[in-house]
Design a protein around this ligand. Structure first.
Ligand code: HEC
Ligand code: HEC
Length: 462
């Protein structure tokens, strides 16, 4: 069982402890005496929050307070995995049922917290509930309401220079990126230490590649199933200035959440947005997606996390020690359950592979998240490995708004991009017509040209 699974079970009644910290079953006792675990947890957290980062003795005091409360509180305890003293104090306070020994530990950790600049983290957690993962790296709260509202409090970035990721995050790049209205992007993974990535492999585990109805999983072969507690961070830059940071968190086995943080003009921090927002930046309108919109593209059918898959990451990236293949880097970190099969990388849409494979790579990355079996529009299948015939594009009548005379009535007409609905929708900036459906208002000149050239090159339908 992975560390994160254990950690998560700590939140469930009956199994109460963060085993990584070695407190084992005793937590159970603590909860039994603590009564309402939520309240007890909150009690544990509060003193830690109040004294976060102030001094070691204050943290020790927090431990004592927890003991006095007799509070078990899965909340504070799991929070205690945090790298800062504030949260540590909270943990030991919350697990006060363990008695004097834990109080002493609280003091020790509190001392660390006092010395650490990140000591304020506990405070930003506001004495609230539980954490799925508490760092190092991005904190993953169980409850959405507990997400820190400032990027510098998330654990994902260096609080001294929030344009840099926390040292524990691992960077990567993808072969075939999502078009993001001309923004450049940085991507990083925060993986709970000791937890393992499972890579979907149809040879080793043929059952996972059956149809979903027959018990298979929906995502593509080569998909990296990131463990619970993982956060993936994507930073968007326009004219070299960060404008938005998105965090995608794996919260429980079945739950993912997305957050958008809007950067301030000075580039010193970014603030969590409650809802979608449009803002004029330079000459363009930038869309910050809502949490619901995140999951409309990060579909269950595509596996929620989208870029991390062997076909996207089989490529080099500039790590601190030089250019290294991303898969090699993660393998060297011991991040995989099994060394992944080296499926060939998607061709770069701007590279020198064949026109068809570059076009299909573009459609796979940008469109197949919604246009695949089991997803939003399942009667078009734009996955990379689907044969052209099975994409159901060629000379097929459209199914959306067939009576709208502004729309080309066929999805793709060989050698005729102008009369191909697919091309029309990529060129359109009209809401309701535009593809990709969400979060883009600037036409991808290179991307549409690639798709048009490909359509031009098609002589007849298969
Ligand atoms: C238009 C569809 C779309 C929307 C809306 C969207 N994403 Fe994504 N996102 C993608 C695609 C496709 C990728 C993978 C390709 C890439 O990284 O360029 C991706 C990648 C990411 C990554 C890197 C990890 C991964 O899954 O590949 C993060 C983090 C992320 N998105 C967060 C978010 C968050 C948070 C939101 C909402 C605030 C959001 N995204 C909204 C399509 C979308
Ligand atoms: C967030 C999900 C999403 C993404 C991403 C997305 N689409 Fe769509 N697409 C839809 C939905 C929903 C519809 C149908 C309703 C409508 O017309 O808006 C649709 C309709 C279409 C249609 C019309 C099909 C028909 O039979 O009427 C085409 C063609 C299309 N999309 C192409 C694309 C292309 C090309 C991309 C990538 C550049 C893309 N889509 C990305 C959700 C998406």
């Amino acid at each position: 069982m992975s560390l994160t699974k254990i950690a998560l079970q700590a939140l469930l009644p009956g199994t109460l402890c963060w085993l990584a910290l070695g407190c084992g079953g005793e937590g159970g006792k603590a909860q039994a005496t603590g009564g309402n675990p939520t309240v007890a947890g909150a009690a544990g957290m509060t003193p830690a929050a109040g004294s976060g980062g102030s001094s070691g003795s204050a943290q020790a005091g927090a431990g004592g307070a927890g003991t006095a409360n007799g509070g078990a509180g899965a909340g504070g305890m799991v929070a205690g995995g945090g790298k800062n003293g504030g949260a540590m104090g909270g943990m030991n306070a919350a697990s006060g049922g363990l008695g004097g020994a834990s109080g002493g530990l609280g003091g020790a950790n509190g001392g660390l917290g006092g010395a650490s600049a990140a000591g304020g983290m506990g405070a930003s957690m506001g004495g609230a509930g539980t954490l799925v993962f508490a760092g190092p790296g991005c904190t993953v709260p169980l409850a959405e309401a507990d997400e820190p509202t400032l990027l510098t409090k998330t654990g994902c970035v260096d609080p001294q220079d929030p344009t840099r990721p926390d040292a524990s995050l691992v960077g990567y790049d993808v072969n075939s990126p999502l078009w993001s209205d001309g923004a450049s992007k940085e991507r990083y993974i925060s993986l709970p230490p000791g937890s393992k990535i499972h890579v979907k492999d149809c040879v080793a585990e043929p059952d996972t590649c059956k149809s979903v109805d027959d018990g298979g999983t929906a995502e593509d072969e080569g998909h990296w199933d990131l463990p619970v507690g993982t956060t993936v961070m994507k930073v968007f830059l326009l004219a070299d200035k960060p404008i938005e940071t998105r965090l995608l968190m794996h919260v429980t086995d079945s739950q993912w959440r997305g957050y958008s943080f809007e950067w301030n003009d000075a580039g010193t921090d970014a603030t969590l947005l409650d809802d979608k927002k449009d803002k004029t930046i330079g000459s363009q309108s930038w869309h910050y997606p809502s949490r619901a919109e995140c999951l409309q593209c990060h579909t269950e059918a595509a596996g929620r996390s989208l870029g991390p898959m062997t076909q996207q990451l089989n490529r080099d990236y500039a790590y601190a020690d030089g250019m290294t293949n991303v898969i090699d880097e993660f393998q060297a970190l011991g991040a995989f359950e099994h060394a992944p099969t080296r499926i060939a990388g998607y061709p770069s849409p701007t590279g020198s592979d064949t026109l068809e494979s570059r076009a299909r790579s573009y459609l796979a990355a940008n469109c197949a998240i919604c246009h695949r079996p089991g997803s939003t529009v399942s009667d078009i299948d734009l996955r990379f490995t689907t044969s052209f015939a099975d994409t159901l594009l060629c000379n097929q009548a459209i199914s959306a708004h067939p009576d709208d005379t502004n729309l080309p009535p066929l999805r793709l007409v060989p050698s005729d991009p102008a009369n191909s609905n697919l091309s029309f929708r990529m060129h359109s900036t009209i809401d309701g017509y535009r593809m990709p459906k969400l979060s883009s208002s600037v036409v991808d000149t290179a991307g549409t040209m690639l798709i048009d050239q490909w359509i031009d090159s098609i002589q007849s339908c298969p």
